[in-house]
Design a protein around this ligand. Structure first.
Ligand code: PFF
Length: 478
């Protein structure tokens, strides 16, 4: 006698560890390994890192608790809209607060569309490095550097070759989306939790191994100085703004993932310490990713400020000059693939849970609907690197004047939607939600509760409001 309600109720995390793995999996992704080192590299290193860590501690971490808490308090609704509306209603407020949950669902949907395209680039390098490893192993020399016999220009050119082939980009994008969809269709316990509990440990092992390798084979000291010596003259107001935006993206805030995952957490789990662990793990991984990448970049004499090409062009060149580079290269791209997959799963789960409740669909059809639509938008993003490279969808808006399709979607979600949802939910939780309900659900008490609520009610709205303002009108910063 299992009714559909019972199935939904049973389909949650099997333990606190399972939730932690899934939530850390959602947080740790391309944002940590691709974006964070890129931004740190472009913004002078240490000072950016310092500002980033402060943003996470004072705003990011409290907001992680806010979102997970709203999810679990949401009266059995799995989706972000229903959860927030329910907490509002029980607090004697309008269900319209659920609109901020809806912004999160829409943001997740659009992020998923381009995230899968970039993850497809990662897959491209998994295949290239896999082929490279196969050839050196067959030649009886498994510890060979990467891509022997190819010139540096040939190696950096691999990215251009990919970008100029719409067919290849779309094929990789569909492969990645299909894997994501397959896992989400298997459900919370049978798919998402299983994937996270296998992929995250594998991810951590690879991360630590490559970091140790880089410490011995690369310029570790130089990387430490670069990442941890703040040079405040390199720090522009825009970079501060960038750091706060990156904290949101990296922690998966403002995009339905944490609310939805929070709704599957059993009542006995204390959320305060769990949320702190999610934020700490995500930040730890971002810093370790820096310590993994920069020693290798510096040892090869490459530019830390290479921008988005850092991991796709600079690192393969560096692996060319290192013993064991072929194997390390494959391990590196596999690691990013694992991280991206657990994040894309969470990006699909939020809108899927919403589609299930809004359109009364079962999980399978709901997930397929969301994935197919996001896939279609992703195709446009991929074409923006070749046949549609002249298309500037937001040309009318000065901030996005010269931005291609993928970066425009990234920009609107990251600079507008995530902060807007975060702002709304901070105000709601800090000022409108029932204080006792929030306190009981948070698992915090005494001074810790007062501190957390203060950060959510006062600091988060002001700081996030500023991200919104300056992100959209950078001219205000002079
Ligand atoms: N936090 C992920 C990353 O750093 O790559 C990206 C992400 C995942 C954003 C899930 C939002 C989300 F809901």
């Amino acid at each position: 006698m299992v009714g559909s309600g019972a199935v939904a109720a049973n389909d949650g995390w099997s333990s606190r560890t399972a939730f932690l793995m899934a939530a850390i999996g959602a947080a740790v992704g391309l944002g940590n390994i691709w974006r964070f080192p890129t931004l740190a590299g472009e913004n002078g290193g240490g000072a950016f890192v310092l500002v980033y860590v402060v943003c996470v501690a004072l705003i990011g971490m409290p907001m992680v608790l806010t979102e997970v808490l709203l999810g679990r308090a949401g009266g059995g609704h799995a989706d972000a809209v229903g959860s927030v509306a329910d907490v509002a209603e029980r607090s004697g407020r309008s269900r319209k607060w659920g609109a901020f949950g809806l912004i999160e669902v829409i943001a997740a949907f659009f992020i998923l569309s381009f995230y899968s395209v970039v993850a497809g680039w990662v897959l491209n390098y998994v295949f290239l490095s896999g082929g490279d490893v196969l050839s050196v192993v067959l030649a009886g020399n498994p510890l060979s550097p990467a891509f022997v016999g190819q010139s540096q220009a040939e190696v950096t050119g691999m990215m251009g070759t990919l970008f100029s082939s719409p067919g290849r980009m779309i094929a990789l994008h569909s492969l990645f989306m299909a894997v994501t969809l397959g896992i989400v269709m298997l459900g919370v316990g049978g798919g998402i939790e299983k994937a996270a509990t296998w992929l995250m440990p594998a991810f951590f092992v690879l991360l630590v191994l490559i970091t140790i390798y880089g410490a011995f084979a690369g310029s570790f000291a130089e990387a430490v100085v670069f990442l941890f010596t703040p040079n405040f003259s390199a720090l522009t107001p825009l970079a501060v703004n960038e750091a706060l935006g990156q904290a949101f993206f990296s922690l998966s805030l403002g995009s339905a993932a944490l609310i939805t995952y929070g709704s599957y957490v059993p009542a006995r789990v204390s959320l305060g310490s769990t949320a702190a662990m999610i934020a700490a793990a995500d930040t730890g991984v971002a810093l370790l990713a820096g310590l993994m990448i920069f020693p290798i970049v510096f040892a090869a004499g490459l530019d830390p400020a290479a921008g988005p090409a850092l991991i796709f062009q600079s690192l393969p060149v560096a692996f060319q000059g290192m013993p064991g580079g072929a194997l390390v290269g494959l391990a590196f791209f596999l690691l990013i693939f694992f991280a991206a997959l657990t994040s894309s799963i969470s990006l699909l789960e939020g809108p899927t849970a919403f589609a299930m409740s809004a359109f009364k669909l079962r999980r399978g059809p709901a997930a397929i609907l969301v994935a197919v639509l996001a896939f279609a938008i992703g195709i446009a993003c991929a074409l923006g690197y070749n046949v549609w490279s002249d298309v500037r969808p937001l040309a009318f808006w000065s901030v996005f004047e010269n931005t291609n399709i993928l970066d425009s979607i990234d920009g609107v979600t990251g600079k507008l939607m995530l902060p807007l949802a975060g702002l709304g939910l901070a105000v709601f939780t800090g000022w409108r939600a029932d204080r006792r309900l929030v306190e009981a659900e948070s698992g915090l008490s005494g001074a810790t509760f007062v501190l957390w609520r203060g950060l959510v009610a006062w600091l988060a709205p002001v700081a996030v409001g500023l991200i919104l303002l300056f992100g959209l009108f950078p001219g205000l910063l002079g």
